[in-house]
Design a protein around this ligand. Structure first.
Ligand code: ADP
Ligand code: ADP
Length: 228
């Protein structure tokens, strides 16, 4: 689990028709183990904020730090889950989960053991031999989460991970995500359209306003006694 720090961060995109100030002079500190949801209207800079923390974009102004280190490029230590799973279709589900450890040189027995444990945790214990396209959308997203968590990232960044799923599947995955998060105690930054989802899942909700994108509301969520 790691701390996230944004200090005076702005992001301007250059386009053929001019410049877009997507995020303006943003200060934000996220403590280790927080589950922060980012909500707000389309185009308010939610994805930009997430991509800056992930290291897919560089800030035009200001500094982004994770775990006290300046972010300049993506890293497996910051796991990212997008709306559409990015599983390799030519690998089995287990092969997808083993891929990261394999690249890092983890031994075959050890990475197999890790993959099985993670697949079990996300409810796909019996589906390791399947190809991604044989699974439902919800199951693919579970596999994606297993693939990110197997790298033991200090922080998990999620961009509308359930946006493409039907309501029932979404509800099930939300509950699973909560359980996983409580067990792993990761720092999570979660972008969503849904205020309901944000309040249900998070310890803290940030509401952004558009044009230019900035933080309008930043609130801790009071959890009942049995909360995380
Ligand atoms: P959100 O995730 O809240 O919908 P985004 O971060 O995707 O918002 O976008 C914020 C603003 O930046 C929008 O006006 C969008 O059109 C613009 N934008 C996002 N990505 C790019 C890009 N790669 N090039 C140019 N403009 C972009
Ligand atoms: P999720 O809510 O994760 O999307 P579904 O509601 O699609 O899951 O599926 C619930 C259960 O139905 C799964 O745990 C699995 O046992 C079974 N199932 C769904 N789709 C498939 C499939 N394509 N192949 C095999 N089993 C499936």
């Amino acid at each position: 689990t790691e701390r996230v720090d944004l200090a005076g961060v702005s992001k301007t995109y250059q386009t053929s028709s001019g410049e877009t100030l997507a995020l303006e002079a943003t200060d934000l500190a996220i403590e280790p183990g927080e589950f922060v949801s980012i909500v707000g209207p389309s185009g308010c800079g939610k994805t930009t904020l997430l991509r800056l923390i992930a290291g897919f974009e560089n800030a035009t102004e200001g500094v982004v730090e994770v775990g006290g280190t300046r972010v300049t490029a993506p890293s497996a230590d910051r796991g990212v889950v997008f709306q559409a799973p990015t599983l390799y279709p030519w690998l089995t589900v287990r092969g997808n989960v083993e891929f990261g450890p394999k690249v890092r040189g983890v031994s075959k027995t050890q990475r197999r053991e890790q993959a099985e444990r993670l697949l079990e945790q996300v409810g796909l214990g019996d589906f390791g031999d399947k190809r991604p396209y044989e699974l439902s959308g919800g199951m693919q997203q579970r596999a994606q989460i297993a693939r990110v968590l197997v790298n033991d990232p200090g922080i998990v960044l999620m961009d509308e991970p359930y946006g493409a799923l039907d309501a029932l599947t979404r509800e099930r995955l939300q509950v699973d995500l909560l359980k996983l998060w409580r067990r792993a105690a990761k720092t999570i930054v979660f972008v969503t359209h849904s205020v309901d989802e944000a309040v249900f899942l998070s310890t803290r909700v940030i509401v952004m306003s558009a044009r230019p994108g900035r933080i309008a509301i930043d609130r801790e969520i009071d959890l009942p006694g049995d909360g995380p």
